[in-house]
Design a protein around this ligand. Structure first.
Ligand SMILES: Nc1ncnc2c1ncn2[C@@H]1O[C@H](COP(=O)(O)OP(=O)(O)OP(=O)(O)O)[C@@H](O)[C@H]1O
Ligand SMILES: [Mg+2]
Length: 165
């Protein structure tokens, strides 16, 4: 898929998540890894979920706090919490997997991952093994031109038409 601007990325984010929710069968959190270079739009993607999930607070980048959590208020969605992680500082600091685990443990990562009421988005998490048990989807965003972004999803056939799947 190609997004031509931020607004399109926001719209696609809602459509894509809707499809991922329908496909999610695990009895654990729905985990989505956002992959892409600095400034490609990973955080914008999550910001775009505000409408679909009916989140009241503004979604802000978790770059400086590692994790943010929001209440999902869309009664049609069987999830209650949106978690948004940005692990760039851990990755950039070249921490070992063991130390990353320890850092994430202080945030109760295992409880978060085992709770099927959670949707968990992770920026810079593609090389971290602890997410693997949740069979994460990987959404990759690539900058193609000034504002053009290519958005690819692994393990999913996305329907972005108006027809309800
Ligand atoms: N089509 C587009 N989709 C998303 N963002 C876009 C698009 N076109 C331009 N942008 C701009 O690209 C930037 C994306 O920033 P964002 O913080 O979302 O990136 P990021 O991938 O989360 O980076 P980081 O790895 O530093 O957290 C924003 O400034 C946004 O305005
Ligand atoms: Mg970001």
């Amino acid at each position: 898929m190609i997004s031509k601007n931020v607004k399109e990325t926001h719209k696609l984010a809602g459509q894509i998540l809707k499809n991922l929710i329908l496909q999610h069968k695990l009895n654990k959190a729905l985990v989505i890894i956002l992959k892409g270079e600095l400034g490609t739009g990973k955080t914008e993607f999550v910001k775009g979920l505000k409408n679909f999930l009916k989140i009241k607070n503004n979604i802000l980048s978790p770059t400086f706090v590692l994790m943010k959590v929001y209440d999902i208020n869309n009664a049609k969605v069987n999830f209650k919490n949106l978690y948004h992680f940005d692990l760039y500082r851990l990755i950039e600091g070249k921490l070992k997997e063991k130390d990353i685990k320890e850092a994430l443990n202080t945030l109760n990562i295992y409880d978060i991952l085992n709770n099927k009421e959670n949707i968990v988005f992770v920026e810079w998490g593609e090389n971290i093994k602890m997410f693997k048990e949740n069979k994460p989807y990987v959404i990759e965003i690539k900058q193609r031109a000034n504002k053009d972004r290519e958005i690819q999803i692994n393990n999913l056939k996305v329907k972005t038409q108006k027809s309800n799947p």
